[in-house]
Design a protein around this ligand. Structure first.
Ligand SMILES: Cc1cc2nc3c(=O)[nH]c(=O)nc-3n(C[C@H](O)[C@H](O)[C@H](O)COP(=O)(O)OP(=O)(O)OC[C@H]3O[C@@H](n4cnc5c(N)ncnc54)[C@H](O)[C@@H]3O)c2cc1C
Length: 473
Protein backbone atom coordinates (compact mmCIF):
# COMPACT_ATOMS: atom_id res chain seq x y z
CA UNK A 1 0.00 0.00 0.00
CA UNK A 2 0.95 3.63 -0.53
CA UNK A 3 1.89 5.15 2.85
CA UNK A 4 2.37 8.92 3.08
CA UNK A 5 5.11 9.88 5.53
CA UNK A 6 5.19 12.77 8.01
CA UNK A 7 7.53 13.73 10.78
CA UNK A 8 4.68 14.12 13.34
CA UNK A 9 1.07 12.91 13.25
CA UNK A 10 -1.37 14.31 15.81
CA UNK A 11 -4.71 12.54 16.33
CA UNK A 12 -7.42 14.90 17.61
CA UNK A 13 -7.72 18.66 16.95
CA UNK A 14 -8.73 19.68 20.48
CA UNK A 15 -6.96 21.67 23.18
CA UNK A 16 -3.95 19.32 23.41
CA UNK A 17 -3.62 18.32 19.76
CA UNK A 18 -3.78 21.88 18.44
CA UNK A 19 -0.92 23.05 20.69
CA UNK A 20 1.33 20.31 19.33
CA UNK A 21 0.32 20.64 15.68
CA UNK A 22 0.66 24.44 15.67
CA UNK A 23 3.97 24.44 17.56
CA UNK A 24 5.51 21.71 15.43
CA UNK A 25 4.45 23.41 12.19
CA UNK A 26 5.94 26.69 13.39
CA UNK A 27 9.22 24.85 13.95
CA UNK A 28 9.11 23.68 10.34
CA UNK A 29 8.08 20.04 10.92
CA UNK A 30 5.94 18.19 8.41
CA UNK A 31 2.78 17.75 10.51
CA UNK A 32 -0.45 15.93 9.84
CA UNK A 33 -3.46 16.60 12.10
CA UNK A 34 -6.28 14.07 11.93
CA UNK A 35 -9.68 15.12 13.31
CA UNK A 36 -12.78 12.93 13.46
CA UNK A 37 -15.35 15.69 13.10
CA UNK A 38 -15.14 18.82 15.22
CA UNK A 39 -12.02 20.96 14.91
CA UNK A 40 -11.40 22.69 18.24
CA UNK A 41 -12.45 19.57 20.18
CA UNK A 42 -14.68 19.53 23.24
CA UNK A 43 -13.55 22.86 24.65
CA UNK A 44 -14.55 24.92 21.62
CA UNK A 45 -17.57 22.92 20.44
CA UNK A 46 -19.27 21.36 23.45
CA UNK A 47 -17.37 22.47 26.55
CA UNK A 48 -15.68 25.58 27.88
CA UNK A 49 -16.65 28.05 25.14
CA UNK A 50 -20.40 27.34 24.86
CA UNK A 51 -20.82 26.82 28.62
CA UNK A 52 -19.04 30.04 29.56
CA UNK A 53 -20.96 31.94 26.85
CA UNK A 54 -24.23 30.61 28.28
CA UNK A 55 -23.11 31.55 31.81
CA UNK A 56 -22.39 35.12 30.64
CA UNK A 57 -26.00 35.46 29.43
CA UNK A 58 -27.29 33.83 32.61
CA UNK A 59 -25.35 36.38 34.71
CA UNK A 60 -27.08 39.23 32.88
CA UNK A 61 -30.50 37.66 33.47
CA UNK A 62 -29.67 37.19 37.14
CA UNK A 63 -28.39 40.76 37.53
CA UNK A 64 -31.72 42.03 36.16
CA UNK A 65 -33.60 39.86 38.61
CA UNK A 66 -31.48 41.15 41.49
CA UNK A 67 -31.69 44.81 40.44
CA UNK A 68 -33.89 45.71 43.42
CA UNK A 69 -31.23 44.54 45.90
CA UNK A 70 -28.97 47.20 44.42
CA UNK A 71 -31.55 49.95 44.71
CA UNK A 72 -32.71 49.78 41.14
CA UNK A 73 -36.42 49.40 40.60
CA UNK A 74 -37.31 48.03 37.17
CA UNK A 75 -40.65 49.42 36.01
CA UNK A 76 -41.72 46.10 34.59
CA UNK A 77 -39.69 42.96 34.38
CA UNK A 78 -39.83 39.95 32.12
CA UNK A 79 -37.35 38.56 29.64
CA UNK A 80 -37.25 36.27 26.66
CA UNK A 81 -34.06 34.21 26.45
CA UNK A 82 -34.80 32.65 23.05
CA UNK A 83 -31.75 34.28 21.43
CA UNK A 84 -29.31 33.13 24.12
CA UNK A 85 -28.49 29.77 22.54
CA UNK A 86 -28.08 31.39 19.13
CA UNK A 87 -25.58 33.81 20.72
CA UNK A 88 -23.72 30.83 22.21
CA UNK A 89 -23.47 29.15 18.81
CA UNK A 90 -22.24 32.39 17.18
CA UNK A 91 -19.38 32.61 19.70
CA UNK A 92 -18.46 28.96 19.08
CA UNK A 93 -18.38 29.65 15.32
CA UNK A 94 -16.17 32.69 15.84
CA UNK A 95 -13.64 30.70 17.88
CA UNK A 96 -13.74 27.87 15.34
CA UNK A 97 -12.58 30.12 12.51
CA UNK A 98 -9.11 30.07 14.09
CA UNK A 99 -9.09 26.28 14.36
CA UNK A 100 -10.64 25.02 11.13
CA UNK A 101 -8.70 23.31 8.29
CA UNK A 102 -8.41 26.55 6.28
CA UNK A 103 -6.87 28.45 9.22
CA UNK A 104 -4.61 25.50 10.11
CA UNK A 105 -3.42 25.17 6.52
CA UNK A 106 -2.26 28.80 6.65
CA UNK A 107 -0.13 27.81 9.64
CA UNK A 108 1.47 25.01 7.63
CA UNK A 109 -0.56 22.15 9.08
CA UNK A 110 -1.96 19.46 6.80
CA UNK A 111 -5.32 18.10 7.99
CA UNK A 112 -7.46 15.07 7.23
CA UNK A 113 -11.02 14.87 8.50
CA UNK A 114 -11.81 11.29 9.47
CA UNK A 115 -11.40 8.67 12.18
CA UNK A 116 -7.79 7.63 12.73
CA UNK A 117 -7.13 3.97 13.48
CA UNK A 118 -3.88 2.12 13.92
CA UNK A 119 -2.91 -0.61 11.44
CA UNK A 120 0.33 -1.31 13.28
CA UNK A 121 2.52 0.68 15.73
CA UNK A 122 3.72 3.01 12.93
CA UNK A 123 0.93 3.17 10.34
CA UNK A 124 -2.51 4.76 10.65
CA UNK A 125 -5.53 4.51 8.39
CA UNK A 126 -7.85 7.50 7.87
CA UNK A 127 -10.72 7.18 5.42
CA UNK A 128 -8.88 5.10 2.78
CA UNK A 129 -5.50 6.73 3.23
CA UNK A 130 -2.47 5.24 4.95
CA UNK A 131 -0.10 7.54 6.82
CA UNK A 132 2.92 7.10 9.07
CA UNK A 133 5.27 9.24 11.13
CA UNK A 134 8.35 8.96 13.33
CA UNK A 135 6.30 10.36 16.22
CA UNK A 136 2.57 10.03 16.81
CA UNK A 137 0.55 11.96 19.41
CA UNK A 138 -2.83 10.70 20.62
CA UNK A 139 -5.00 13.63 21.79
CA UNK A 140 -8.48 12.20 21.31
CA UNK A 141 -10.11 13.60 24.45
CA UNK A 142 -13.13 12.16 26.27
CA UNK A 143 -16.87 11.62 25.81
CA UNK A 144 -19.85 11.78 28.18
CA UNK A 145 -20.43 8.62 30.20
CA UNK A 146 -24.01 7.36 30.04
CA UNK A 147 -25.05 5.38 33.13
CA UNK A 148 -27.15 2.25 32.75
CA UNK A 149 -30.56 3.38 33.96
CA UNK A 150 -33.70 1.55 32.93
CA UNK A 151 -35.27 3.19 29.89
CA UNK A 152 -32.68 5.99 29.57
CA UNK A 153 -31.29 4.88 26.22
CA UNK A 154 -34.77 4.85 24.67
CA UNK A 155 -35.23 8.56 25.46
CA UNK A 156 -33.91 11.63 23.60
CA UNK A 157 -31.82 12.77 26.58
CA UNK A 158 -29.21 15.49 26.13
CA UNK A 159 -25.47 15.56 26.84
CA UNK A 160 -23.00 18.43 26.63
CA UNK A 161 -22.70 17.54 22.93
CA UNK A 162 -26.37 18.31 22.20
CA UNK A 163 -27.65 20.75 24.83
CA UNK A 164 -26.20 23.82 23.10
CA UNK A 165 -28.12 22.87 19.93
CA UNK A 166 -31.49 23.49 21.62
CA UNK A 167 -33.66 26.16 20.00
CA UNK A 168 -35.03 27.48 23.24
CA UNK A 169 -34.48 27.40 26.98
CA UNK A 170 -36.53 24.43 28.26
CA UNK A 171 -39.33 25.24 30.71
CA UNK A 172 -38.39 22.32 32.94
CA UNK A 173 -34.93 20.72 32.92
CA UNK A 174 -33.57 17.74 34.84
CA UNK A 175 -29.79 17.73 35.26
CA UNK A 176 -28.37 14.36 36.23
CA UNK A 177 -24.98 14.79 37.91
CA UNK A 178 -23.80 17.64 40.15
CA UNK A 179 -20.12 17.69 39.22
CA UNK A 180 -18.66 20.86 37.68
CA UNK A 181 -20.45 20.46 34.31
CA UNK A 182 -23.85 19.62 35.86
CA UNK A 183 -23.64 22.45 38.40
CA UNK A 184 -22.56 25.10 35.90
CA UNK A 185 -25.30 24.23 33.44
CA UNK A 186 -28.00 23.73 36.11
CA UNK A 187 -27.45 27.24 37.47
CA UNK A 188 -27.14 28.86 34.04
CA UNK A 189 -30.37 27.32 32.71
CA UNK A 190 -32.16 28.11 35.96
CA UNK A 191 -31.14 31.77 35.73
CA UNK A 192 -32.32 31.84 32.12
CA UNK A 193 -35.77 30.72 33.14
CA UNK A 194 -35.76 26.89 33.35
CA UNK A 195 -37.23 25.20 36.36
CA UNK A 196 -34.21 23.01 37.17
CA UNK A 197 -34.06 19.77 39.16
CA UNK A 198 -30.52 18.64 39.94
CA UNK A 199 -29.96 14.99 40.88
CA UNK A 200 -26.71 13.67 42.34
CA UNK A 201 -25.74 10.28 43.74
CA UNK A 202 -23.54 11.80 46.48
CA UNK A 203 -24.90 13.59 49.53
CA UNK A 204 -23.11 16.79 48.54
CA UNK A 205 -22.88 18.42 45.17
CA UNK A 206 -19.34 19.05 43.84
CA UNK A 207 -18.31 16.25 46.21
CA UNK A 208 -14.65 16.31 45.15
CA UNK A 209 -14.27 19.83 46.55
CA UNK A 210 -13.92 21.21 50.07
CA UNK A 211 -17.26 20.42 51.80
CA UNK A 212 -17.70 23.99 53.12
CA UNK A 213 -17.20 25.33 49.60
CA UNK A 214 -19.68 22.84 48.19
CA UNK A 215 -22.18 23.87 50.89
CA UNK A 216 -21.82 27.52 49.83
CA UNK A 217 -22.75 26.59 46.28
CA UNK A 218 -25.59 24.37 47.51
CA UNK A 219 -27.02 27.24 49.59
CA UNK A 220 -26.87 29.56 46.58
CA UNK A 221 -28.62 26.97 44.38
CA UNK A 222 -31.37 26.53 46.96
CA UNK A 223 -31.77 30.31 47.22
CA UNK A 224 -32.16 30.53 43.45
CA UNK A 225 -34.87 27.86 43.45
CA UNK A 226 -32.97 24.90 41.96
CA UNK A 227 -34.55 21.71 43.29
CA UNK A 228 -31.90 19.37 44.68
CA UNK A 229 -32.18 15.60 45.00
CA UNK A 230 -28.90 14.59 46.67
CA UNK A 231 -27.75 11.11 47.69
CA UNK A 232 -30.12 9.60 45.12
CA UNK A 233 -29.72 7.67 41.90
CA UNK A 234 -32.32 7.72 39.16
CA UNK A 235 -33.91 4.30 38.81
CA UNK A 236 -35.98 4.64 35.65
CA UNK A 237 -36.46 7.19 32.87
CA UNK A 238 -39.35 7.32 30.39
CA UNK A 239 -40.27 9.69 27.58
CA UNK A 240 -43.98 9.96 26.75
CA UNK A 241 -45.76 12.66 24.77
CA UNK A 242 -42.76 14.99 24.73
CA UNK A 243 -42.24 14.67 28.49
CA UNK A 244 -39.50 13.00 30.55
CA UNK A 245 -40.51 11.04 33.66
CA UNK A 246 -37.74 10.19 36.10
CA UNK A 247 -38.33 7.95 39.11
CA UNK A 248 -36.22 6.69 42.02
CA UNK A 249 -36.20 3.18 43.44
CA UNK A 250 -37.87 4.53 46.59
CA UNK A 251 -41.53 5.02 45.55
CA UNK A 252 -41.94 7.55 48.40
CA UNK A 253 -39.90 10.02 46.37
CA UNK A 254 -42.01 11.88 43.86
CA UNK A 255 -41.73 11.28 40.14
CA UNK A 256 -39.92 14.16 38.38
CA UNK A 257 -41.32 15.45 35.11
CA UNK A 258 -39.46 17.67 32.66
CA UNK A 259 -39.21 18.83 29.04
CA UNK A 260 -35.49 18.04 28.76
CA UNK A 261 -33.01 15.82 30.57
CA UNK A 262 -29.27 16.50 30.64
CA UNK A 263 -26.95 13.63 31.56
CA UNK A 264 -23.66 14.91 33.03
CA UNK A 265 -22.43 12.12 35.29
CA UNK A 266 -18.82 11.72 34.20
CA UNK A 267 -16.43 11.33 31.29
CA UNK A 268 -14.68 8.42 29.59
CA UNK A 269 -11.49 8.51 27.46
CA UNK A 270 -11.91 8.40 23.67
CA UNK A 271 -9.96 5.21 22.95
CA UNK A 272 -12.56 3.13 21.17
CA UNK A 273 -12.02 4.12 17.53
CA UNK A 274 -8.23 4.06 17.62
CA UNK A 275 -7.70 0.27 17.40
CA UNK A 276 -4.94 0.61 19.99
CA UNK A 277 -4.42 -3.17 20.04
CA UNK A 278 -2.97 -2.94 16.52
CA UNK A 279 -0.40 -0.44 17.81
CA UNK A 280 0.18 -2.50 20.96
CA UNK A 281 -0.56 0.59 23.07
CA UNK A 282 -1.76 -0.24 26.59
CA UNK A 283 -4.90 1.41 27.96
CA UNK A 284 -7.54 0.93 30.62
CA UNK A 285 -11.07 2.26 30.99
CA UNK A 286 -9.49 5.28 32.75
CA UNK A 287 -7.39 6.15 29.70
CA UNK A 288 -3.95 5.68 28.16
CA UNK A 289 -1.23 5.74 30.84
CA UNK A 290 1.78 7.87 29.96
CA UNK A 291 5.23 8.18 31.57
CA UNK A 292 6.92 11.33 32.87
CA UNK A 293 7.65 12.38 29.30
CA UNK A 294 4.09 11.82 28.11
CA UNK A 295 5.01 8.59 26.25
CA UNK A 296 2.75 5.56 26.09
CA UNK A 297 4.31 2.11 26.45
CA UNK A 298 5.34 2.58 22.79
CA UNK A 299 8.12 5.18 23.08
CA UNK A 300 7.33 6.83 19.73
CA UNK A 301 3.61 7.26 20.60
CA UNK A 302 2.66 10.04 23.03
CA UNK A 303 -0.62 10.81 24.79
CA UNK A 304 -1.90 14.20 25.99
CA UNK A 305 -5.11 15.61 27.47
CA UNK A 306 -8.32 13.93 28.61
CA UNK A 307 -7.47 10.62 26.89
CA UNK A 308 -4.64 10.10 29.40
CA UNK A 309 -7.15 10.06 32.25
CA UNK A 310 -7.09 13.61 33.53
CA UNK A 311 -7.20 16.06 35.19
CA UNK A 312 -9.91 16.83 32.63
CA UNK A 313 -9.18 20.49 31.90
CA UNK A 314 -8.15 22.46 28.85
CA UNK A 315 -5.26 24.05 30.76
CA UNK A 316 -4.04 20.60 31.86
CA UNK A 317 -4.19 19.30 28.26
CA UNK A 318 -2.35 22.38 27.00
CA UNK A 319 0.31 22.17 29.69
CA UNK A 320 0.95 18.48 28.95
CA UNK A 321 1.02 19.25 25.23
CA UNK A 322 3.62 21.99 25.66
CA UNK A 323 5.98 19.58 27.44
CA UNK A 324 5.49 16.90 24.78
CA UNK A 325 5.97 19.50 22.03
CA UNK A 326 9.30 20.53 23.57
CA UNK A 327 10.42 16.88 23.61
CA UNK A 328 9.37 16.43 19.98
CA UNK A 329 11.27 19.51 18.88
CA UNK A 330 14.41 18.96 20.95
CA UNK A 331 14.97 15.28 20.13
CA UNK A 332 16.96 13.42 21.42
CA UNK A 333 16.43 15.53 24.59
CA UNK A 334 13.23 14.96 26.51
CA UNK A 335 11.21 17.33 28.72
CA UNK A 336 9.43 15.92 31.74
CA UNK A 337 5.73 16.66 32.17
CA UNK A 338 5.12 19.43 34.67
CA UNK A 339 3.99 17.07 37.46
CA UNK A 340 5.24 19.24 40.32
CA UNK A 341 2.94 22.12 39.52
CA UNK A 342 -0.55 21.45 40.89
CA UNK A 343 -3.38 21.89 38.40
CA UNK A 344 -5.83 24.64 39.41
CA UNK A 345 -9.54 23.72 39.22
CA UNK A 346 -12.36 26.20 38.68
CA UNK A 347 -16.08 25.52 38.62
CA UNK A 348 -17.77 28.50 36.98
CA UNK A 349 -20.87 28.62 39.11
CA UNK A 350 -21.79 31.95 40.71
CA UNK A 351 -20.01 32.32 43.07
CA UNK A 352 -17.13 30.47 41.43
CA UNK A 353 -15.42 27.66 43.30
CA UNK A 354 -11.68 27.55 42.66
CA UNK A 355 -9.12 25.28 44.25
CA UNK A 356 -5.53 24.18 43.87
CA UNK A 357 -3.25 21.64 45.52
CA UNK A 358 -4.37 19.59 48.49
CA UNK A 359 -7.72 20.02 50.19
CA UNK A 360 -7.83 20.28 53.98
CA UNK A 361 -9.02 16.65 54.17
CA UNK A 362 -6.19 15.38 51.93
CA UNK A 363 -3.63 17.39 53.89
CA UNK A 364 -4.73 15.69 57.09
CA UNK A 365 -4.18 12.29 55.46
CA UNK A 366 -0.55 13.22 54.73
CA UNK A 367 0.47 15.39 57.69
CA UNK A 368 -0.06 15.33 61.44
CA UNK A 369 -2.60 18.05 62.37
CA UNK A 370 0.08 19.80 64.45
CA UNK A 371 2.21 20.24 61.32
CA UNK A 372 -0.33 22.18 59.26
CA UNK A 373 -2.28 25.41 59.56
CA UNK A 374 -5.59 26.38 57.99
CA UNK A 375 -6.29 30.08 57.40
CA UNK A 376 -9.89 30.98 56.72
CA UNK A 377 -11.20 34.42 55.78
CA UNK A 378 -14.94 34.82 55.10
CA UNK A 379 -15.83 37.35 52.42
CA UNK A 380 -18.05 39.06 55.00
CA UNK A 381 -14.70 40.54 56.20
CA UNK A 382 -13.84 41.86 52.73
CA UNK A 383 -14.86 45.42 51.86
CA UNK A 384 -15.25 44.83 48.13
CA UNK A 385 -17.59 41.92 48.81
CA UNK A 386 -19.57 44.12 51.21
CA UNK A 387 -19.95 46.89 48.63
CA UNK A 388 -21.07 44.42 46.00
CA UNK A 389 -23.39 42.50 48.33
CA UNK A 390 -21.40 39.36 47.61
CA UNK A 391 -20.32 38.12 51.03
CA UNK A 392 -21.31 34.47 50.63
CA UNK A 393 -17.83 33.10 49.88
CA UNK A 394 -14.43 32.68 51.57
CA UNK A 395 -10.72 32.15 51.11
CA UNK A 396 -9.17 29.11 52.77
CA UNK A 397 -5.44 28.44 52.56
CA UNK A 398 -3.72 25.37 53.97
CA UNK A 399 -0.01 25.60 54.73
CA UNK A 400 2.79 23.84 56.53
CA UNK A 401 2.53 25.33 60.00
CA UNK A 402 5.85 27.08 60.61
CA UNK A 403 7.22 27.70 57.15
CA UNK A 404 3.77 28.67 55.79
CA UNK A 405 4.60 26.80 52.57
CA UNK A 406 1.30 26.65 50.71
CA UNK A 407 -0.11 23.13 50.33
CA UNK A 408 -3.50 24.00 48.91
CA UNK A 409 -6.29 26.56 48.74
CA UNK A 410 -10.00 26.85 48.09
CA UNK A 411 -11.73 30.09 47.19
CA UNK A 412 -15.44 30.74 46.78
CA UNK A 413 -16.03 34.20 45.32
CA UNK A 414 -17.53 35.93 42.28
CA UNK A 415 -14.20 35.70 40.37
CA UNK A 416 -12.48 33.01 42.43
CA UNK A 417 -10.75 31.65 39.31
CA UNK A 418 -8.89 34.92 38.81
CA UNK A 419 -8.06 35.23 42.53
CA UNK A 420 -6.65 31.72 42.61
CA UNK A 421 -3.86 32.69 40.19
CA UNK A 422 -2.12 34.56 43.02
CA UNK A 423 -1.97 31.33 45.02
CA UNK A 424 -0.84 29.19 42.07
CA UNK A 425 1.88 31.75 41.32
CA UNK A 426 3.03 31.56 44.94
CA UNK A 427 3.10 27.74 44.86
CA UNK A 428 4.93 27.73 41.51
CA UNK A 429 7.49 30.26 42.71
CA UNK A 430 7.94 28.65 46.14
CA UNK A 431 6.66 31.79 47.86
CA UNK A 432 5.43 30.99 51.39
CA UNK A 433 2.08 32.47 52.41
CA UNK A 434 3.64 34.76 55.04
CA UNK A 435 5.35 36.73 52.25
CA UNK A 436 2.00 37.63 50.69
CA UNK A 437 1.25 39.60 53.87
CA UNK A 438 3.70 42.29 52.76
CA UNK A 439 2.61 42.29 49.12
CA UNK A 440 0.62 45.46 48.35
CA UNK A 441 -2.84 44.40 47.24
CA UNK A 442 -4.97 47.16 45.73
CA UNK A 443 -7.87 48.25 47.90
CA UNK A 444 -10.69 47.28 47.74
CA UNK A 445 -10.23 44.05 45.81
CA UNK A 446 -11.57 40.59 46.59
CA UNK A 447 -7.91 39.48 46.57
CA UNK A 448 -7.32 41.40 49.78
CA UNK A 449 -8.93 38.38 51.44
CA UNK A 450 -5.77 36.49 50.43
CA UNK A 451 -3.61 39.08 52.19
CA UNK A 452 -5.83 38.77 55.25
CA UNK A 453 -5.30 35.01 55.17
CA UNK A 454 -1.54 35.66 54.99
CA UNK A 455 -1.81 38.01 58.00
CA UNK A 456 -3.28 35.10 59.95
CA UNK A 457 0.07 33.28 59.87
CA UNK A 458 1.38 35.86 62.30
CA UNK A 459 -1.85 36.27 64.28
CA UNK A 460 -2.94 32.67 64.48
CA UNK A 461 0.33 30.71 64.42
CA UNK A 462 3.24 32.87 65.62
CA UNK A 463 1.83 35.41 68.11
CA UNK A 464 0.06 32.85 70.33
CA UNK A 465 3.49 31.29 71.08
CA UNK A 466 4.85 34.62 72.33
CA UNK A 467 1.67 35.19 74.30
CA UNK A 468 2.08 31.81 76.00
CA UNK A 469 5.73 32.52 76.79
CA UNK A 470 4.83 35.92 78.22
CA UNK A 471 2.17 34.36 80.44
CA UNK A 472 4.73 31.89 81.79
CA UNK A 473 7.09 34.75 82.65
C1 LIG B 1 -19.49 21.15 29.31
C2 LIG B 1 -18.01 21.19 29.52
C3 LIG B 1 -17.43 22.33 30.05
C4 LIG B 1 -16.07 22.40 30.24
N1 LIG B 1 -15.54 23.53 30.76
C5 LIG B 1 -14.21 23.61 30.97
C6 LIG B 1 -13.63 24.80 31.48
O1 LIG B 1 -14.32 25.78 31.76
N2 LIG B 1 -12.30 24.85 31.67
C7 LIG B 1 -11.49 23.78 31.38
O2 LIG B 1 -10.29 23.87 31.57
N3 LIG B 1 -12.01 22.64 30.89
C8 LIG B 1 -13.35 22.53 30.67
N4 LIG B 1 -13.86 21.39 30.14
C9 LIG B 1 -12.95 20.28 29.82
C10 LIG B 1 -12.22 20.50 28.49
O3 LIG B 1 -13.16 20.72 27.47
C11 LIG B 1 -11.35 19.29 28.17
O4 LIG B 1 -10.55 18.96 29.28
C12 LIG B 1 -10.46 19.56 26.96
O5 LIG B 1 -11.23 19.83 25.83
C13 LIG B 1 -9.55 18.35 26.70
O6 LIG B 1 -8.77 18.57 25.58
P1 LIG B 1 -8.23 17.33 24.73
O7 LIG B 1 -7.29 17.90 23.71
O8 LIG B 1 -7.75 16.26 25.60
O9 LIG B 1 -9.53 16.74 24.00
P2 LIG B 1 -10.63 17.42 23.07
O10 LIG B 1 -10.58 18.89 23.16
O11 LIG B 1 -11.92 16.80 23.39
O12 LIG B 1 -10.22 17.01 21.61
C14 LIG B 1 -10.20 15.67 21.18
C15 LIG B 1 -10.50 15.61 19.69
O13 LIG B 1 -10.15 14.32 19.20
C16 LIG B 1 -11.09 13.93 18.21
N5 LIG B 1 -11.03 12.45 18.07
C17 LIG B 1 -11.42 11.50 18.95
N6 LIG B 1 -11.13 10.26 18.48
C18 LIG B 1 -10.57 10.44 17.27
C19 LIG B 1 -10.06 9.55 16.27
N7 LIG B 1 -10.02 8.22 16.45
N8 LIG B 1 -9.57 10.08 15.13
C20 LIG B 1 -9.55 11.43 14.92
N9 LIG B 1 -10.01 12.31 15.83
C21 LIG B 1 -10.50 11.83 16.99
C22 LIG B 1 -12.40 14.45 18.77
O14 LIG B 1 -13.37 14.61 17.74
C23 LIG B 1 -11.98 15.79 19.39
O15 LIG B 1 -12.15 16.85 18.49
C24 LIG B 1 -15.24 21.29 29.91
C25 LIG B 1 -15.80 20.13 29.37
C26 LIG B 1 -17.17 20.08 29.17
C27 LIG B 1 -17.75 18.82 28.59
Amino acid sequence: VNVKKYSIIVIGAGAGGLVIAKGAAKAGKKVLLIEKAHYGGDCTNFGCIPSKSLIASADVAFALRKAKTYGIELNSFSFDATQVLERVRCIVEKVKTTEDPAALSKEGIETITGIAEFIDPHILKVNNLFVSAKKIVIATGSYPFIPSIEGLNETPFLTNETIFLLNSIPKRLIVMGAGPIGCELAQAFSRLGSQVTLIHSHDELLNKEDPIAAQCIQKQFEKEGIKLFLGLRAHKVEFKEQEFFLSFSDPQIALIKADQLLVAVGRRPNVNDLKLEAAKVHYTEKGIPVDVYGRTNQPHIYGVGDVTGGPLFTHAAENQARSVLTSLLLLPFKKKLDKRQPVPRVTYTDPELASVGLSEQDTLKRYHPSKIAVYYVPLSENDRALTADRTEGFVKIITKKWSSKILGATIVAPRAGEMLCQITTAIHGNIPLRKLASLIHPYPTYSLAIRKAADLWLKQTILPIFMKKRKKL
